[in-house]
Design a protein around this ligand. Structure first.
Ligand SMILES: Cc1cc2nc3c(=O)[nH]c(=O)nc-3n(C[C@H](O)[C@H](O)[C@H](O)COP(=O)(O)OP(=O)(O)OC[C@H]3O[C@@H](n4cnc5c(N)ncnc54)[C@H](O)[C@@H]3O)c2cc1C
Length: 504
């Protein structure tokens, strides 16, 4: 049995694993990604990502390539069984608070191919296909990962300082750290249909959720010629009843009519809501679907995995470079678990709005749906494109009662020299101030590997800070506000040393 040694082994080359490997490589941390299959998993699944996730793609260096193959959507519409509009949540198709369209439709295999090509630019990361991980063993000062080389090399092993389990819903790594999925009580069988047609379907260019307890459905256009439908399966039905376009026509008729079209894929999925009861044991972490599963009604499952990777990668880079204390790794689960849970709750709420209650439910929906935008988390998420703030760790602890900014993702506003906030932050600690930083403040921050910048007076960022009653904020390398309490010099002096320079 051969034995290698690397700093980080990442199990699974799905979107979460590829994102984690890229972010670690940008900090100069080497990783080995072990993937069961040879190439990209070819079946379409995720089709939507929001402006916050688009920012992570920007950090990875694939933003423009993604924009070229994705399609901004106008928002979300809830319609009744007769397709009459119950409620509409508009989203900015140009640039909202995140600097990009707030709803982007795409094809998951196409995105994964882009992520893979991009990762190949970094010598720090190696992706090894046909490598099925069979065991993960904590040896105290390192972790041994055993895998089967499915191309004929037999069982091999590699030792790593840390392991990321990005191995999806049926995660082996989760079992090895003694983790179990907690059922959040949602389970529905749905039919997922991908269609290609050159015909122009004359429908509103956003996501349609058909609220119908008999046959709830989702419809959206995801590309120039690509369309996605999802239909709740009735008891006794399964995907075999809808294997070809002729059988599907009955379901697709209200949108597609008798236009010519090609069936790309039809598959049955059971949508579930689940959260792992532990996300870390020692040197082993869970990320992505291995840690959480959500019904896809608000299109946030993959995004949650990318948020996990963005949250953990800079912390681990800091620890491996001996710049941050090992205890910072505890904040990963403390911050990400409640956030993932909140998003799952919103998805469940949307799903239940679409599917529950029979005829009475239909009547109630007609009355309630127009007021859904008053539900706090849903409003922020669906209309302003902002996911809930991070809470729960010492890094994002609010230090005063009216602290409105700590834990929130800083808006990606325009700064000087036609840069955006994300270009300035660039994976390091950043102090943003409404005041004028002194040379001494700048030096203190620079010596710690950070940067201090002034918010332009006429910017939305400046107004956002003023509304949040903050004259200065400390922004973490992942763009989250870590602190906004105290004067400029005190906040500059409070900055940790984090010199892990990012290479794009
Ligand atoms: C119908 C449907 C619609 C969806 N729509 C959306 C949406 O609109 N927006 C959204 O954000 N999300 C959506 N999702 C969810 C999204 O597809 C997933 O959340 C996302 O793929 C999870 O990424 P991941 O990298 O964590 O896991 P995965 O994509 O499952 O990747 C895990 C990888 O690990 C590999 N692996 C597993 N075990 C091993 C092993 N032992 N050894 C080596 N490799 C292993 C697998 O082969 C796989 O490549 C949808 C899902 C479905 C099913």
């Amino acid at each position: 049995m051969n034995s290698l040694a690397v700093r980080v082994v990442i199990v699974g080359a799905g979107p979460t694993g590829l994102t984690a490997a890229t972010l670690l490589a940008q900090y100069g941390i080497e990783s080995l990604v072990l993937e069961r299959w040879e190439g990209v998993y070819p079946q379409p699944r995720a089709v939507h990502l929001d402006g916050e996730i688009r920012r992570i793609l920007g950090r990875l260096g694939v933003g423009e390539e993604f924009d070229a193959v994705s399609r901004p959507a106008l928002g979300l519409r809830l319609v009744d069984p007769n397709h009459r509009v119950l409620a509409q949540f508009d989203r900015d198709p140009t640039a909202g608070r995140n600097g990009y369209p707030e709803a982007n439709l795409f094809d998951q295999p196409e995105l994964e191919a882009i992520l893979r090509r991009n990762l190949a630019r970094y010598p720090e990361a190696t992706v090894r296909g046909n490598a099925e991980v069979t065991d993960v063993i904590d040896e105290g000062d390192c972790v041994r990962v055993e895998f089967n080389d499915r191309s004929g090399g037999g069982i091999q092993s590699v030792r790593a300082d840390y392991v990321f389990g990005c191995d999806g819903a049926n995660s082996l790594v989760r079992g090895r750290i003694g983790g179990r999925m907690r059922d959040l009580r949602f389970q529905q069988r749905w039919l997922v249909v991908d269609i290609a047609t050159t015909a122009e379907l004359p429908h509103w260019d956003g996501v349609h959720q058909v609220c119908d307890p008999d046959r709830a459905a989702t419809y959206m256009r995801i590309g120039k010629t690509r369309y996605r439908w999802e239909f709740r399966l009735l008891p006794g039905e399964d995907a075999d009843d809808y294997r070809d376009l002729a059988a599907l026509r009955r379901l697709l008729a209200p949108w597609l009519g008798d236009r010519r079209a090609q069936l790309v894929r039809v598959a049955e999925y059971t949508f579930r809501a689940q959260l792992a009861d532990r996300w870390r044991k020692g040197r082993v972490f869970l990320l992505g679907d291995a840690a959480h599963l959500t019904p896809p009604f608000i299109g946030q499952g993959m995004g949650a995995g990318l948020r996990d990777a963005a949250n953990l990668s800079w912390k681990l880079a800091g620890v491996l470079r001996a710049e941050l204390p090992e205890s910072v790794l505890d904040t990963y689960e403390q911050e990400r678990r409640p956030h993932a849970h909140k998003m799952i709750r919103l998805a469940k709420l949307t799903g239940l709005t679409m599917t529950e209650g029979g005829e009475l439910g239909n009547r109630l929906r007609g009355m309630v749906a127009p007021h859904l935008h008053h539900i706090p988390g849903l409003t922020r998420m669906v209309t302003s494109g902002e996911s809930p703030p991070l809470r729960g760790s010492s890094l994002v602890a609010a230090r005063r009662i009216n602290d409105r900014l700590t834990g929130r993702l800083v808006p990606n506003d325009r700064m000087a020299h036609d840069q955006r906030v994300d270009d300035v932050v660039g994976g390091r600690y950043t102090v943003i101030t409404r005041a004028n930083p002194s040379t001494r403040d700048r030096d203190v921050v620079r010596q710690r590997g950070g940067v201090v910048v002034s918010a332009p007076r006429d910017s939305e960022l400046y107004r956002w800070m003023r509304r949040g009653r903050a004259s200065t904020i400390v922004v973490r390398p992942d763009g989250i506000v870590q602190s906004c309490q105290g004067n400029l010099s005190a906040l500059c002096a409070s900055l940790p040393s984090f010199r892990a320079g990012v290479r794009r």
